[in-house]
Design a protein. Structure first.
Ligand code: FAD
Length: 461
């Protein structure tokens, strides 16, 4: 009998347990359903849609090379899978487990209609694999990470299927182009096209490059001017490569760089572990009172605040490091982690705007926009989360910029400042050399910091 493979964020041939087991059981009908209803306010953002188009195109070619194909359907995921299963006479759906609340719900509903075989494919270990002494899932990263390291190695990789046999008849499929995942007017994706090569082969090429670089990761990862992070996040998010494949590639390394990198992969698992416990985490502050009682200056409260949010989004805050990050995000769909923290902190603390406005913008503009990782990190920066920085710890963007040697980075993304020397580029306004075409600071650092601390102290009382 034909076997359905339900593809989601696992767009790869190799180390894809659902595909591997389906191929062993019978002819494979791989299905991708574009379901914009179930995720509600977290339907795929613009940059992720761009990535998805290219990833499906690339994986479609890999299936084609094996005389197979991906069936594309649009609509409710469960209904579409049922229709496809009916059309080909399939009774079994194979899928890698996903943990976003809408996917968990869909998995439950599907299991009532068809035989659903779920596999662990996208994480080092499934969430809940490690537990505290009392058997509860971990809430805090550090003990979670220690427990995870004790569990290594993760599962073995599974090979890509050598052959894929076809069903007697193929069910109807949409044309990818008709999904309009790519922007048309305006075409804002030029920078993404220049920056990224999408797909499973590209993910492995990047891993080849990274296999030498990873040893330098410990020193280089905080320096936005140098290329010392893997930039694997969109490949990992869309499942073009699995963290298990990366782990096995590097397992014999002993460098501090690899040890630190391994812990970053564990952060990714940790984020899933958090949303499994708190499914609304990317939408609601975990700590009580923050959403209702904190005096956020929210954009629906007035024109000026809306303007400030826009200036942040467009990289026009007058803080070069923040602006470089926000422009990198807009141009490439990605931002360096250190700068994500600085830009997020600036929005939440200096502008005193609710972290959820930032989460939303990142969701729409990141090619790696991930329900769990985005939500967990925003709540970490804002100090509202289960395991988080304190709100009162306010990053000083100018000091951070100098400390992490962002001059080259600023030159690249804020061309108005490109001619300034290292000594003044981090804060041209202060040094009296701000070019006319670069904005003044929205708010002085000291003033922003004091306003945030005051709001926090009122909130606590
Ligand atoms: P590397 O430094 O090379 O790390 C390797 C991999 O580890 C990454 O690809 C990623 O999968 C994982 N990882 C690293 N740091 C984290 C982290 N803090 N949390 C979870 N996983 C991590 N990451 C996303 O994948 N999607 C998001 O939507 C996202 N939103 C973020 C929002 C904010 C406000 C902040 C501060 C961070 C966010 N991150 C997110 C985490 C981190 O910034 C990115 O994973 C990282 O910058 C990706 O670049 P890289 O692949 O070069 O990372």
């Amino acid at each position: 009998k034909p076997q359905i493979v339900w593809l989601r964020r696992d767009l790869r041939m190799a180390d894809n347990p659902a595909l591997y087991h389906a191929a062993k059981a019978g002819p494979v009908v791989a299905v991708y359903v574009l379901d914009d209803e179930r995720p509600k306010d977290h339907k795929l953002g613009g940059a992720a849609r761009w990535w998805l188009h290219h990833s499906l195109e690339s994986l479609g070619k890999s299936f084609g090379a094996r005389n197979s194909r991906i069936v594309l359907r649009r609509g409710d995921a469960v209904e579409e899978l049922k229709t496809v299963a009916n059309a080909v006479g399939a009774e079994t759906v194979h899928a890698n487990r996903h943990y976003e609340p809408w996917w968990r719900k869909a998995q439950g509903e599907l299991a009532e209609e068809l035989e659903l075989k779920l596999y662990d494919g996208n994480y080092l270990f499934p969430p809940g694999h490690v537990t505290t002494g009392s058997g509860d899932p971990y809430k805090i990263y550090t003990p979670f990470s220690k427990a995870m390291l004790q569990e290594m190695p993760p599962r073995d990789e599974v090979p890509e299927p050598e052959t894929l046999s076809s069903p007697g008849e193929w069910p109807a499929s949409d044309d990818l182009g008709d999904w309009n995942l790519l922007p048309t007017k305006p075409d804002w994706a030029g920078g993404l096209r220049d920056f990224w090569t999408v797909g499973e082969d590209a993910a492995h090429e990047r891993l080849d490059w990274w296999s030498d670089e990873v040893d330098k990761y410990d020193d280089g990862r905080n320096m936005p001017s140098v290329d010392e992070t893997s930039q694997m996040s969109p490949h990992l998010h869309h499942g073009e490569i699995s963290p298990v494949q990366i782990w096995h590639r590097f397992k014999d390394k002993r460098s501090d760089g690899w040890k630190t990198y391994e812990k970053e992969l564990i952060w990714r698992d940790y984020a899933q572990n958090v949303i499994c416990q708190f499914p609304a985490y990317p939408k609601e502050s975990y700590r009580d009172g923050w959403d209702a009682d904190m005096a956020w200056r929210n954009p629906n409260r007035g024109h000026i605040i809306q303007e400030e949010l826009k200036r942040w989004q467009k990289g026009q805050t007058g803080y070069p490091i923040v602006d470089a990050g926000m422009r990198q995000l807009w141009q490439t769909g990605w931002m360096h982690n250190r700068v994500r923290m600085i830009a997020a902190s600036f929005l939440i603390k200096h502008l005193l705007i609710d972290w959820r406005h930032g989460e939303k913008w990142f969701w729409d503009t990141l090619v790696d926009a991930d329900y769990a990782s985005n939500g967990t990190n925003w709540q970490w920066v804002s100090g509202t989360g289960v395991d988080s920085n304190m709100f009162s710890r306010i990053m000083a963007p100018l000091t951070q910029s100098e400390k992490f040697d962002a001059a080259g980075y600023i030159r690249e993304y804020v061309p108005e400042l490109a001619d300034l020397p290292d000594e003044t580029i981090h804060d041209p306004e202060e040094h009296g050399c701000k070019p006319d075409d670069y904005p003044s600071k929205i708010i002085a650092h000291k003033e922003g910091r004091e306003r945030a601390l005051e709001a926090y102290s009122e909130f606590k009382n």
